[in-house]
Each structure stands twice: as structure tokens, then as C-alpha cells.
Design a protein around this ligand. Sequence first.
Ligand code: IMP
Length: 200
Amino acid sequence: MKLVLASNNAHKLEELRAILTTLGMEVVPQKEMNINIEPEENGTTFEENSYIKAKTIMDACGIATIADDSGLMVEALDGEPGVYSARYGGEECVTDRDRLNYLLSKMEGKENRKAKFVSVITMLTPGGKKIVARGECPGEILNAPQGENGFGYDPVFYVAQAGCTFAQLSSQEKNAISHRARALKVFAEMVRKEQEHADK
Ligand code: IMP
């Protein structure tokens, strides 16, 4: 099955492709379909934004589309940056590193460092099928970055299960435990059940 990915984020493509290929799904980024639209993410939840992205791109290309909306939720910041993770800090924060530093400045003096990454995957088909799956990965925000791999807030996101930050893991290791991997696991199970049902 061919799926268009409603994103041009190379890191997301790599992570989603690695996992979905094992399910026999071919993932093609939207730009390979000559779609340069950037959907307006004006929802207030990961579910809403994930749907907006999948629907906008599916309407433009006419084939099954998958979208991931993800972000970091920090307990001591009342769930910030949440759905605003990619835009945290406003126009003054241009790069991932700017946003990471902005987060660290907001966390100064905070004792509670608990956080989680959240991913909501939505798949829509032109025939009207909709599959939504959510995955979460708990962790803690460090005081300073550690590691060079991954992207976004990875260098300050410490995962007890791994004993290091996401940025200190190889992509394979991150793909085994990340929020996106967990959402995709749920997603794969839902697809498998649907296929079983259709075969009956
Ligand atoms: P989206 O593209 O609108 O879903 O925004 C996701 C944003 O959340 C990214 O730009 C990152 O800032 C952050 N994010 C999501 N997943 C990850 C991850 O796996 N590692 C680090 N940051 C992430």
C-alpha cells in the first residue's frame, strides 16, 4: 500500500518510513507528489492538527495520506510547548537549537522536570477510512543538551528506559521506544485488525 506523508520533515520521513516499511507500506513524502502546501495547523490538540494535515494533503493528491502531529509536553510548564512545539518562542526562535534554549530558560529553577513526547498519527483514505493512533514517551528535561543525533528537543529529553537522551540514541534505538514508534505500533495493530475484518 502506498501512503503519502503529509510532511516535508526529513527526520519524520526517515522515522516513519523505517517503521511502516516493515508493515509493507511504502511512504512517499508530499513533495515527491509535487505538493508544496503547508497546512495551517490551527487546531488546539495533536488530534486536530494531525487530521488537518492528513485531510489537506489527501484532498490535494487524491490518495491515502498519513500525518503525524507531535510535540513535547512539560509538566512544570502546564503542558507547554505542546502543539506549539515547532513554533515555541515565537519569531525570535528560528532554529531547533533556539527553541531548545528557550525551553531551558523557561525551565530554570524548576524542580519538576517531568515531560512527555506525544505523537498522533492519522491516516485518511479517499474512500472515507480514518485511522487515528496516539503514542506517548515519558522522560525528563535535562539542564543542558547531551548528544548529537535526532532533532528538535532530543538533546534535552532524558529517557530513563534508555539511560540517556533521545539524541544519544541511534535512529534504530530511538525508533524502538519513541512516541512516534508507539503511535505506529497502535496504528499497525489497528490496520491489522481492519485487514482481518475485511478478509472475513
Ligand atoms: P509538527 O511537525 O507540527 O508535528 O511539530 C513537531 C515538533 O515537535 C517538532 O518541530 C519538534 O520541535 C517537536 N518534536 C516532535 N517529535 C520530536 C522528536 O522525536 N524529537 C524532538 N522533537 C520532536
